[in-house]
Design a protein around this ligand. Structure first.
Ligand code: GAP
Length: 516
């Protein structure tokens, strides 16, 4: 199945099963803004908790805060966002559509890469076992030609991005015949910088309103509170401050569902270290964060690091953790060694000394910072796209059936178990309701007695419920029920009295956290 199809199916599944809805849908939606439904909100909460606990519970030297979205406007001057939080945009005069020039070029390069992959796949089929990919790449004329083209664009593109050369970005687009996907024409405007921050006004106009910004990242709320937290918590370096909260960006290219949104949530942690030790800590956090992803069990082959070629002016190392989404390998988290840029800049703009006094050396210094920054919504998309699965089943009579199942990690699943009476009589519903009522204090539990048992199982599979408990006539005699496992669809008989322990073990976040 083409990855666009998988993606479309995912979007419609999320809507049909109460995970994600377009914002203000009755008014035809608002571009790149989404609402989480009844199951989406639970899944998002569980991912947030997995992140928060892994930072704040598991590390004695990391504490969490919750800073306001509105901040003093000078914060964004000091952070560089007012002057430099820009994307290079280009308009097509015929379609009147606006694009990010860098994205147009990157997508063009991806297309060339896909062409190379297709040539390789064709040759693989043709030569079978004897196929030598390295040799093919270095001798096949078509592949060599495509690779040379790709290398040339890549070189020009990296130089233009590093040097902020907007004219060169435009020339790359023209020279490579990149057309507008809507109008199909090359009628492009110049490339201009576009600031991504949303602004609004605080206070009434009569009072003299102040222009303020909706924060484009949560990190600055941590930097401006560095001294407050360090002093009130008597924190000793190295230590970290974690935060989860909304961020806003007026993205030019806001497609791809939850991948690039205009309102989204970030989970960020700033780790303050002694200058000179930052690269050691950078590597430490790279490994830690990858472990956090891998513990979810989606397979190491679906993750990779991508080192940044173009470092921001304040960074001395940076990489992304990329996940293989249905739209290809894409960034889900950034790990950045930000030097002392932010604290130093806030010290300068605020006129307040922002330094750490080291009692061991009797010296004060501005700490260096390692940042881990992950989008909660993007992580949600990662989890749901890795979990979505269409399976062909063979029924007892040999006929084929289909099921859609969300293979969510049990600790993240919105509903942990569904309690289902086999039929709606003979006292079975009463027993099932009692079981659900007993377990509701421990787990998110559903009771369902509508439709056939098979249809109810399918409904729970589609929302990713890992366990279904069925109450049948045998329950009346021996107080046992069947537990059905979502992934294997196997069923076992277990005593009602043992349910809490059996399920706790399987769905507890603790089990996941212990792997870290
Ligand atoms: N404080 C550093 C920072 O904000 P970033 O790479 O711009 O770095 C960090 O963003 C993470 O936030 C990204 O890896 C991504 O997961 C998420 N993110 C950024 N822009 C986003 C958007 N428009 N929609 C959804 N998630 C986004």
């Amino acid at each position: 199945m083409a990855f666009e199809d998988t993606f479309k199916k995912l979007v419609s599944h999320c809507k049909e099963y109460g995970y994600v809805f377009p914002s203000s849908e009755i008014y035809d939606g608002l571009s790149a803004v989404y609402d989480y439904g009844q199951y989406g909100a639970e899944l998002k909460y569980n991912i947030r908790k997995y992140w928060w606990d892994s930072m704040v519970l598991l590390n004695r030297n990391i504490v969490g805060i919750d800073a306001a979205i509105f901040m003093h406007p000078t914060v964004w001057k000091a952070s560089g966002h007012v002057d430099a939080f820009n994307d290079p945009l280009i308009d097509n005069r015929d379609s009147k559509k606006r694009y990010r020039a860098d994205v147009l070029i990157e997508e063009h390069m991806e297309k060339i890469e896909e062409k190379i992959s297709r040539e390789i796949q064709k040759a693989q089929v043709k030569f079978g076992e004897a196929f030598d990919e390295a040799k093919f790449r270095s001798t096949n004329n078509r592949v060599l030609e495509l690779q040379a083209k790709l290398d040339e664009i890549h070189l020009r593109y990296s130089r233009a991005m590093k040097g902020n050369d907007l004219e060169e970005l435009r020339r790359i687009i023209i020279d490579n015949d990149i057309v507008c996907p809507i109008s199909g024409t090359r009628n492009w405007t110049d490339v201009r910088q576009f600031n991504l921050m949303f602004s609004t006004e605080m206070g009434s106009t009569a009072d003299g309103a102040n222009r303020i910004y909706l924060r484009p990242e949560t990190a600055q709320g941590i930097f401006v509170n560095f001294l407050n937290v360090q002093k009130s918590g008597r924190m000793k370096i190295p230590f970290g401050i974690a935060q989860v909260g909304k961020a806003f960006r007026n993205e030019i290219v806001a497609r791809q569902f939850l991948f690039r949104m205009r309102e989204f949530e970030q989970m960020e942690m700033q780790f303050f270290v002694t200058p000179g030790s930052e690269l050691e800590w950078y590597n430490y956090w790279k490994e830690k964060r990858m472990k956090w992803h891998l513990a979810l069990g989606f397979g190491p082959e679906n993750y990779r690091f991508h080192d940044h070629e173009k470092l921001a002016h304040y960074a001395n190392a940076a990489c992304d953790i990329e996940f293989k989404f249905p739209i290809g390998f894409k960034e889900v988290e950034g790990i950045h060694s930000r030097t002392d840029f932010d604290l130093k800049s806030h010290q300068q703009f605020s006129g307040k000394k922002i330094q750490y006094f080291d009692p061991e050396t009797n010296k004060s210094f501005i700490p260096y910072v390692i940042e881990t920054s992950i989008g909660l919504d993007r992580m949600f998309l990662q989890v749901i796209s890795a979990a979505y699965c269409e399976e062909e089943l063979t029924k007892e009579d040999g006929s084929k059936d289909m099921r859609v199942v969300l293979r969510l990690p049990s600790a993240l699943a919105p509903v942990k178990l569904a309690v289902l009476p086999l039929i709606r009589k003979d006292g079975l519903p009463e027993i099932a309701e009692k079981i659900a009522d007993d377990l509701k204090f421990d787990f998110n539990c559903q009771y369902d007695d509508k439709d056939s048992i098979g249809r109810r199982y399918r409904r729970q599979d589609a929302i990713g419920t890992p366990y279904c408990i069925t109450v049948d006539h045998q329950t009346l005699n021996d107080q046992t029920v069947t537990i059905r496992y979502r992934d294997s669809m196997l069923q076992e008989r277990v005593p009602v009295s043992g349910l809490r322990d059996i399920i706790s073990e399987k769905v507890s976040l603790k089990t996941l956290l212990k792997e870290l």
